[in-house]
Design a protein around this ligand. Structure first.
Ligand code: AMP
Length: 283
């Protein structure tokens, strides 16, 4: 595996591979790899001839007072893990390669970016959309891999790719979890031992939703109520939102039907955790 830091170099590598008829896959990340990232790399490796992982802690998606400076980083370990996962190129640009002097363009996916996590993080998805659009031009892969763990991000990127006509297929990869159900996240490193135990309550709430839906419950209100009760039993966890919505427009549902996203966010000590499950409801 080669580490590439320059935009021109990675673009020419990808162009040369495509000219030879190869399928290129890109996995955008902010590093500090865990099994969730490795699963994206594994799927990309299985489906593509050439795999590029991007590692860039994108300042534009952190709001004022958020954890940009503290965000966990371990480049040497990431390099080793990506290499072991069979990645061909690790593109790890310095900030000035992604945002050269004078950079002042922003991509905003209206509406979808201001609900759910966008309520408490109003700049976040604009920062994500802008950097991912830039990466799609810098690493013009045919396939791009994103985790379902960040469900709202996935909806926004699908929308952006469709609206701006990026010739890339967006592939969603199911969430990888710890044995107790906690979704793997670089930010889990912020949790104390006690908080780490409490964190599994997010998954427990989603399991309650899954059970109710399985039993035929169609009322979003009743499902949300039951989830809230589970989370509130854990005093360390401060629930931010529960959203029960469709998976394209993120419009809140009253009655469940079609593809339903059940998502929640909570604060736990220094960490802000999100999780979700997708359901296909056929009644
Ligand atoms: P991040 O480095 O946190 O920005 O994440 C990079 C990519 O990995 C994003 O597409 C995430 O959705 C995905 N990802 C993060 N955690 C998980 C997980 N537990 N399971 C699957 N994908 C994940």
């Amino acid at each position: 595996m080669e580490v590439v830091t320059g935009v021109d170099r990675i673009r020419s590598i990808v162009a040369a591979a495509k000219a030879k008829g190869r399928v290129v896959g890109v996995v955008p990340t902010m590093g500090f790899f865990h099994r969730g990232h490795l699963e994206l790399m594994r799927v990309a490796r299985e489906e593509c001839d050439l795999v590029v992982v991007t590692l860039f802690v994108n300042p534009a998606q952190f709001g004022p007072g958020e954890d940009l400076d503290d965000y966990p980083r371990d480049f040497e370990n990431d390099r080793r893990l990506a290499d072991e996962a069979g990645v061909d190129y690790l593109f790890s640009p310095p900030r000035e390669e992604m945002y050269p002097e004078g950079f002042c363009t922003a991509v905003k996916v209206e509406g979808l970016s201001s609900v759910m996590c966008g309520e408490s993080r109003p700049c976040h998805f604009g920062g994500v959309a802008t950097v991912v659009a830039t990466l799609f031009n810098t690493v013009p892969a045919q396939r791009a891999y994103f985790g379902e763990k960040d469900a709202q991000q996935l909806v926004i990127i699908r929308r952006m790719a469709k609206d701006l006509d990026f010739p890339v297929e967006i592939v969603g990869v199911p969430t990888v979890r710890e044995p107790d159900g906690l979704a793997m996240s670089s930010r889990n490193a912020y949790l104390s031992e006690e908080e780490r135990k409490a964190a599994s309550v997010l998954h427990s709430a989603l399991q309650v939703a899954a059970r109710l839906i399985d039993e035929g419950e169609a009322s979003a209100f009743r499902i949300e109520d039951a989830m809230r009760e589970v989370v509130e039993r854990e005093p360390l966890v401060r629930l931010e939102y529960i959203s029960i919505c469709d998976n394209i427009y993120l419009s809140p549902l009253q009655e469940l039907s079609g593809e339903v996203l059940v998502a929640l966010a909570a604060r736990l000590g220094k960490a802000r955790l999100i999780d979700n499950m997708l359901f296909r409801v056929n009644w």
